[in-house]
Design a binder for this molecule. Structure first.
Ligand code: ADP
Length: 200
């Protein structure tokens, strides 16, 4: 199965994405993790994106497209599925994700949306900052990421709803409950045929 994950920062994309990918037996491709790995390794890509990550800004589209194209090509090389977490985040990325996946004959079956309140997101990320020390988990940067999510990411849910592949799940309960809700919902959703996009 091929799944896209769309959720505000702190909603549990990373935790749930890893668990769901393991249950489905497919790779978990988390764009934030891929970018942070480049930063940690000091690659030229890492140096180019570090400031964007630290400020909570989006990394430029061209960089993201290359990264996602390579990851999806690897994941689907032998007909495999994927859980793509953190992409798309804008209408332009939604369209790019569709084009990249269509070129690999591997468009998403499900767009999984986790719903979590803003106050809960801020609480979770501030709690995480005490443990993980991510450079973007300070309150001003969290607020900026959240505002960006509402402004540019949330609107793309409509496209997936229209295509009939949106699965929207309450992300507020404790992690095990969210996982079992998602896993049982996926079990009852048979992968549907390639959905028709809005425009050519
Ligand atoms: P969160 O969802 O909590 O913000 P992620 O680990 O998914 O955490 O992303 C961290 C950062 O990585 C983002 O704030 C952004 O700078 C960058 N990033 C990840 N995915 C994308 C994307 N699709 N487009 C642009 N930038 C991205």
């Amino acid at each position: 199965m091929r799944v896209l994950m769309i959720a505000p920062p702190g909603a549990g994309k990373g935790t749930q994405g890893a668990r769901i990918a393991a249950r489905l037996g497919v790779p978990h491709l988390a764009t934030g993790d891929l970018l942070r790995r480049h930063v940690a390794l000091g690659t030229s890509l890492g140096r180019a994106v570090q400031e964007h990550l630290d400020r909570g800004d989006l990394v430029p589209d061209g960089v993201m497209q290359d990264l996602v194209r390579r990851s999806l090509a690897d994941a689907t090389a032998d007909g495999g599925g994927y859980v793509l977490d953190g992409y798309p985040r804008t209408p332009a990325q939604a369209w790019a994700a569709y084009r990249i996946a269509a070129s690999l004959d591997a468009t998403a079956h499900i767009a999984l949306h986790l719903r979590v309140d803003d106050d809960e997101v801020v609480r979770r990320l501030l709690a995480r900052s005490a443990i993980e020390h991510r450079t973007d988990d300070t309150e001003p940067v969290i607020r900026r990421r959240l505002a960006l999510y509402h402004r540019v990411t949330e609107p793309i849910l409509q496209w997936y709803r229209y295509r009939g592949i949106l699965l929207s799940v309450d992300g507020m309960p404790e992690p095990d409950r969210v996982t079992s809700t998602v896993v049982s919902a996926l079990r009852y959703r048979r992968p549907c045929p390639d959905p028709v996009p809005l425009a050519a």
